[in-house]
Design a protein around this ligand. Structure first.
Ligand SMILES: [Ca+2]
Length: 265
């Protein structure tokens, strides 16, 4: 039985390696200038990996500004992020302004989206992740797994399975929360879809009676339409659907496993 356990263990390792080594980036925006120019106030909206389009939702204006420490840019002075401003007036336009990202997921399963996100002290504390399967109609996400990485000098960061993000930024020099990630439920309509898109939108504080609160102070009074929200390392990733090679290897492994079991009896 010891040999049997070894075979089962080896099969498990093989299966795990086949799955875990195949997660890959479909598209990535690092916003850094294609030709390094030692300026973080310049950049590009062309993806650095893959294809797709980033665009503004609701007329927010954008510039470039210093990017995230999560960007492994070889030239730190050229690490740019996409900086959005011009938000809806207090009490209006809930979930109507922010960033939209459209990426084809054709040929891919287990889709996830990720971004590094920095809030100024006066921009909305709350943000809503929405997704679309047709590139036109967007709905709040649900059922997936929300997570985030390093928060740096931010506090009280949270991100729910229904895509509601909240964060308290620093009073002084604000920084990025890194790897804000949402993994859609396996088998979702966002897989293998040429029209997949997602939005990251400024949202009312659920507890503030139809108003925004500011990221730092958490008050309706301190909210400002000129606050800024900054993005970097905007990523759509996935685990590819099993290939014929993968299925063949798994089938071969199962056949060997069965033969060894018979031999051990
Ligand atoms: Ca960058």
């Amino acid at each position: 039985m010891k040999s049997c356990k070894h075979i089962i263990g080896a099969a498990a390792v093989l299966a795990a390696s086949l799955v875990t080594t195949q997660a890959q980036t479909i598209s990535l925006w690092n916003f850094n200038s294609i030709t390094p120019d030692a300026l973080t106030t310049t950049g590009t909206l062309t993806p650095s990996i893959g294809s797709g389009a980033v665009s503004l939702v609701g007329g927010a204006a954008s510039t470039f500004a210093t990017g995230s420490p999560g960007d492994p840019a070889s030239v730190s002075t050229d690490n740019s992020g996409m900086n959005l401003s011009t938000w809806a007036a207090q009490g209006t336009g809930n979930e109507t302004r922010g960033l939209q990202v459209a990426v084809s997921t054709v040929g891919f399963a287990n889709v996830s989206v990720s971004l590094d996100f920095r809030e100024s002290g006066t921009v909305s504390r709350f943000w809503q992740l929405q997704a679309s399967s047709d590139g036109v109609s967007f709905n709040n996400v649900s059922g997936g797994i929300a997570s985030f990485g390093a928060v740096n000098n931010n506090t009280s960061t949270s991100f729910s399975s229904t895509g509601l993000y909240a964060n308290t930024s620093s009073s002084g020099s604000q920084s990025f929360v890194q790897s804000v990630n949402y993994l859609f439920v396996s088998g979702s309509v966002y897989e293998n879809n040429a029209n997949f898109a997602f939005r990251w939108l400024a949202a009312f504080d659920p507890a503030a009676g139809g108003n925004y609160v500011s990221s730092f102070a958490g008050t309706t009074a301190a909210y400002s339409t000129s606050g800024t929200a900054r993005f970097d390392m905007v990523t759509v990733a996935s685990v590819p659907e099993p290939t014929s090679l993968t299925l063949g290897l798994l089938g071969m492994g199962a056949m060997i496993f069965r033969k060894r079991l018979v031999a051990l009896r």
